[in-house]
Write a new protein. Sequence first.
Length: 260
Amino acid sequence: MSEFREVFKRTEIKYLISEEQFRKLMFFLSGMARIDQYGKTRINNIYFDTPDWLMIRTSLEKPIYKEKLRLRTYGSTDDTTNSFIEIKKKFDGVVYKRRVSGSYRAAYDYLVNGSDPLDDSQISREIEGLKYVYDDLRPSMKICYDRIAMAGIEDPEFRVTFDTNIQWDTDSLDLKSDECSHTILGAGSYMMEIKVANSMPKELAEKLSELGIFPVSFSKYGRGYADMITAEAESTAEKNIDTETEDMQRTFMKGVTRYA
């Protein structure tokens, strides 16, 4: 976790890399960035959406503008843990993140149970506006992962993060629970994000090309949603097969009984 800031504006470029690429890149990055004081951190999120999943469905259509609302904590969580309510917007390739902080219990009660906002800031009013535009926002999916974050030595606006053990869950939508049972990206694979205010350092771009590392489109919430839809479709298909098999067995037994 980095030093708290309320507003971020930057370009975020995502990559999927292997363990070997990760090791080589970490060696290279040691000359231009440092791991933050927290080392590897478990990041926990609850994403909020409408009952028909409007926000993530819209996001997956890749519009020029999209937005998400989430509640985030770092590490083990209880009612007193500091948390962040975040609006993440993306317009024409540029990411804008705005957030307010407060105890997990206060933030959860505000978003889920209709309690008072965490403060009366402009950002809190934007969160209220988002809740008004998207009717009946509710906890939709939990996304958890381990992160290593690095910040530039000379340019603190330059950041690199490596996420692994990315998991999702829709049954346990409380960050005080460690349960996150479905894997998106397991150990040995990393989702890397390079976050820059302006342009990527030339030497880093050259190193990525040398290592065969190229940008990808990757949304943790989007992948979790796609996995959920696939699992539901497979479950429905299995149930239909089981029903058809039972019907065939009953029909067969009626025939056996008739001619016995």
